[in-house]
Design a protein around this ligand. Structure first.
Ligand code: SF4
Length: 365
C-alpha cells in the first residue's frame, strides 16, 4: 500500500511524522500550483468549490508517482464537504483510477468501531510495531501543534521585526528543513529549536503594525495557494496577522466535539448572529470576527471559495457585525478563475482604509 493525502497548509508535515513513525509507504503530492489546479479543474464538475478541484489535482499527481490509497478527512455537516468522499470516489473511478479511499470521519457519524476499522487498515500497512505506531500518532500531533505555533508566531512578529523579511525567511527555512528529518523525534526536536529561534526574533515593540484576523472557509484560509499566499503578502507589508483555523485547531475541535466543549469561546461570541451550525465553519467565521474586534484587531479578511454555501451565509451576516461593532471586514472570494492582480489591489486598498481609520482616530476626526 502506498498512501497519499490532499494538501492543506502544513498537514503534509504532520502526515510525514505519522507515516514515517508507522513505517507506512507514502507519496506527498507536489505542492499546489497552477498545473495541479488545471488538472483538477479539468476533471471536476465546473461549479464545485475550489478545494474539491485542488484535491482531485493532488490525487492525480500522487497516483502518477505510485500512490494507490488516499487518506481523506470526513464530513463537517450539511455543505458539500459531507459528500466529497463519495463524489471523489466516483469521479476517480470514472476516470479509470483503481484506488482505495480511507475516510477518517467523526465517530458520531460512523461509530467508534468503524473508525477503528479504518484506522486499522492504515495501521496494518505499517512496518513498525503497535507501540511505535501509537507513538507515531502522538508525535504527529506534537509536530502539528509545533508547526502551527511557529507559523502563528511568524505571522504575528512580522509586523514588529527590525530586519525586514526575517520572519518569512526563517519560517520558509523551517518548513523546508523539517522535511529532511528522518523520524518524528528528530522533527519534534528540530521544530522546538525553531520555536526558540522565533522567541528571539529581533523585534521593535514600539512599532504599532496593523493587526488583521484571517477568517472564513477552513481550506482556503489554511491552504496558501488557494488564498494567493495572503499571509506571506501581509508579512511583506509589515502587517501582523492571526488565524484561528489551523490543522491543530481542527484536531482539537474534533476531539472535544463529542463532549460539546469545543471552541466554547468562539461559539459564544457567534451566538447572537449565528446560533446554529449550518455546515462548514460559518459559526467559527462569525465568532472569530466578533472575537477579533473585542481583542482590538484593526480588521478582518474573510476568504472563501466561490459557491461556498456556509460562507455565503457568513458574508451576509458580517456587514451587521461590522456596522454594530464598527469593525471593518472585507470578503474575498476565490476560484480557479480569480486573477491575482485584482485580489492584491483589494488587499492593498483595505490596508489603506485601515491606516486612514487609525489616523482619523488619532487626529480626532
Ligand atoms: S465549506 Fe464551502 S468550500 Fe468547503 S466543502 Fe463546504 S461548500 Fe465547499
Amino acid at each position: 500500500m502506498k498512501v497519499t493525502f490532499p494538501h492543506m497548509g502544513n498537514i503534509y508535515i504532520a502526515a510525514k511524522a505519522l507515516l514515517d513513525g508507522m513505517g507506512v509507504d507514502y507519496v506527498i503530492p507536489e505542492k499546489n500550483n497552477d498545473a495541479v489546479l488545471e488538472i483538477g479543474s479539468l476533471h471536476s464538475p465546473e461549479e464545485i468549490c475550489l478545494p474539491y478541484k485542488l484535491m482531485i489535482g493532488n490525487y492525480i499527481r500522487a497516483i502518477e508517482q505510485g500512490a494507490d490509497t488516499i487518506i481523506l478527512a470526513g464530513s463537517c455537516g450539511p455543505c458539500r464537504f459531507g459528500e466529497y468522499c463519495e463524489l471523489q470516489m466516483n469521479l476517480m473511478k470514472s476516470l479509470g483510477y483503481n484506488i482505495n479511499f480511507i475516510v477518517i470521519d467523526y465517530p458520531k457519524d460512523i461509530g467508534l468501531r468503524e473508525l477503528y476499522r479504518r484506522i486499522k487498515v492504515l495501521s496494518s500497512a505499517g512496518s513498525k510495531n503497535i507501540i511505535q505506531k501509537i507513538h507515531a500518532f502522538s508525535s504527529s500531533v506534537k509536530v502539528m501543534n509545533l508547526i502551527d505555533e511557529i507559523e502563528q508566531s511568524a505571522y504575528m512578529y512580522a509586523g514588529y521585526e527590525r530586519n525586514k523579511g526575517e520572519c518569512k525567511n526563517l519560517l520558509n527555512k523551517c518548513k523546508a528543513d523539517v522535511m529532511n528529518c528522518t523520524n518524528p523525534k528528530e522533527m519534534i526536536n528540530f521544530l522546538k529549536i525553531y520555536r526558540e529561534k522565533f522567541n528571539h526574533i529581533n523585534v521593535d515593540i514600539n512599532k504599532n503594525p496593523l493587526h488583521i484576523a484571517i477568517i472564513g472557509e477552513i481550506y482556503t484560509v489554511i491552504e496558501p495557494f488557494s488564498n494567493f499566499y495572503i499571509e506571506d503578502k501581509l508579512m511583506d507589508y509589515g502587517v501582523s496577522s492571526s488565524r484561528g483555523l489551523t490543522p491543530s485547531w481542527w484536531v482539537k475541535n474534533a476531539a472535544l466535539s463529542p463532549l460539546k466543549i469545543n471552541s466554547l469561546h468562539i461559539r459564544k461570541n457567534a451566538k447572537k448572529y449565528l446560533p446554529m451550525q449550518i455546515g462548514g465553519h460559518a459559526v467559527e467565521c462569525i465568532g472569530e470576527a466578533v472575537t477579533a474586534c473585542a481583542e482590538g484587531f484593526d480588521g478582518a479578511i474573510q476568504i472563501f471559495p466561490m459557491g461556498c454555501m456556509p460562507e455565503i451565509v457568513s458574508k451576509s451576516i458580517l456587514p451587521t457585525i461590522s456596522k454594530e461593532m464598527n469593525f471593518p471586514v472585507m470578503s474575498l472570494v476565490v476560484d480557479d478563475m480569480t486573477g491575482e492582480a485584482g485580489y492584491v489591489t483589494r488587499i492593498e486598498a483595505f490596508l489603506d482604509l485601515l491606516e486612514r481609520r487609525r489616523q482619523n482616530v488619532l487626529s480626532g476626526c
